[in-house]
Design a binder for this molecule. Structure first.
Ligand code: FEO
Length: 400
């Protein structure tokens, strides 16, 4: 795949990773692969914005060579230390020994601790600019979006924002722009990306967007470091981020559970029937058969969450624990939740679920529902009513 000129004299020189299926260890499933987007800005001086994952260094360098001799690069801007963006920095700097590395103070510290090199480094802060000739690079620190070192680069002449991970999606495609791909898939991947990576930092997301709006920066294009570039309507993804950060959700309930001998599953299915009777959309996910990253992506825009587990050793099934731990880490905003599950003698699973979800900041709105051994006809009816009541609560809350 060749380079792409995304704006006059601004080139995408990244790499598409068609085969990656897990990101951040095994926490984030990337069914559609991803891309590592690096951008070459050609002016009187030349700047490379971010690099690619180390294994893709040659692909990036080949593209750069088609445009310019890499030794002519003056600046390598590192918006973010994480190796999917800095992994090829050592390779490019070998070919561009005169280039200055540009990033935040924390970026400098982070790159040093990743690559143990003594590069010529220029530390920048919000508002600092580097003039390239006809255009300048302006920097905006964005700590914890999603690492402490993160910053955005902005080019006023082109009204172009390069926000690194922000507004990205894990989506491998031969296309580079939003108007060239399926919009539904694009927004679904953008939502999954937000939920799995940026959700815990939602307040900072809102603040950063408001800060940029107050600065009055005109934005015609947003070129993130993963996935496609927003050129047809960059406002659409900014508005989606503001909505997600505020916790705006739909009248939808996820039922997430695991079962040992089928009793909790019977409960889950009767609960789903009860929810559906209220004309509320619901999706049933059994752990661990359902993918954690996908569930989290779907939860972003769902108002309600019901979590069920059979009891084992006075707690939840071990297959349910990773989901509860993720919830505590991601701290989803404005969700309503309740717990359910079957037990044989001591019980304990629903208590563990309640405690975990409370720690995650989720509002528990209904008493937990438990069934001893196998649910009988009356208990199945209770499960149905439990789902119905919860659905009503979700509907009422979403209207208020
Ligand atoms: Fe895409 Fe935080 O790295």
């Amino acid at each position: 795949m060749s380079f792409t000129e995304i704006l006059e004299n601004i080139f995408w020189v990244g790499a598409v990773d068609w085969n990656i299926r897990h990101f951040h260890g095994f926490t984030y499933s990337t069914h559609r692969g991803t891309s590592y987007n690096a951008y070459l800005i050609m002016d009187e001086k030349t700047a490379l914005i971010d690099t690619v994952r180390g294994t893709f260094a040659e692909e990036m360098i080949d593209k750069i060579r088609q445009i310019i001799d890499p030794s002519k690069i003056d600046f390598v801007v590192a918006n973010h230390v994480e190796p999917d963006h800095s992994g090829a920095i050592s390779e490019i700097l070998k070919l561009a020994p005169k280039a200055k590395v540009v990033g935040t103070a924390r970026c400098k510290e982070g790159l040093q601790k990743h690559y143990f090199s003594n590069w010529d480094f220029q530390v920048v802060r919000t508002g600092d600019e580097i003039n390239l000739g006809k255009r300048s690079l302006r920097f905006i620190e964005a700590p914890m979006l999603h690492w402490p070192d993160t910053m955005f680069t902005y080019i006023e002449k082109d009204a172009l924002l390069l926000p690194n991970d922000g507004f990205g999606q894990h989506l491998a495609t031969s296309k580079r722009f939003d108007d060239e791909v399926d919009e539904k898939i694009l927004m679904m991947e953008a939502a999954k990306y937000y939920a799995n990576i940026l959700w815990p930092f939602s307040r900072l997301v809102t603040r950063k967007i408001e800060e940029i709006q107050k600065l009055g920066l005109k934005i015609r294009m947003i070129a993130p470091s993963h996935g496609i570039i927003w050129r047809s309507n960059p406002t659409k993804i900014v508005e989606a981020y503001l909505r997600w950060a505020r916790g705006v959700a739909e009248k939808k309930i996820l039922v997430v559970y695991d079962t040992m001998w089928g009793s909790t599953e019977k409960m889950a299915k009767a609960i789903v029937e009860g929810i559906s009777s209220e004309d509320v959309e619901t999706t049933l996910f059994r752990l661990p058969f359902s993918d954690l990253g996908d569930i989290i992506g779907e939860l972003l825009e769902a108002k309600g969450l019901l979590v069920g587990s059979a009891t084992i050793n006075n707690g939840v099934l071990p297959t349910v624990t990773p989901f509860l731990e993720e919830m505590q880490g991601l701290k989803p905003r404005n969700k309503l939740a309740a717990a359910f599950g079957s037990y044989g003698w001591g019980g304990g699973a629903v208590k563990t679920i309640e405690e975990s979800l409370e720690k995650a900041g989720v509002e528990m709105v209904a008493p937990s529902l438990t069934v001893k051994w196998v649910p009988d006809k009356n208990e199945i009816q209770k499960c149905f009513e439990f789902g119905k009541k919860f659905a009503k609560k979700v509907s009422e809350t979403n209207q208020s």
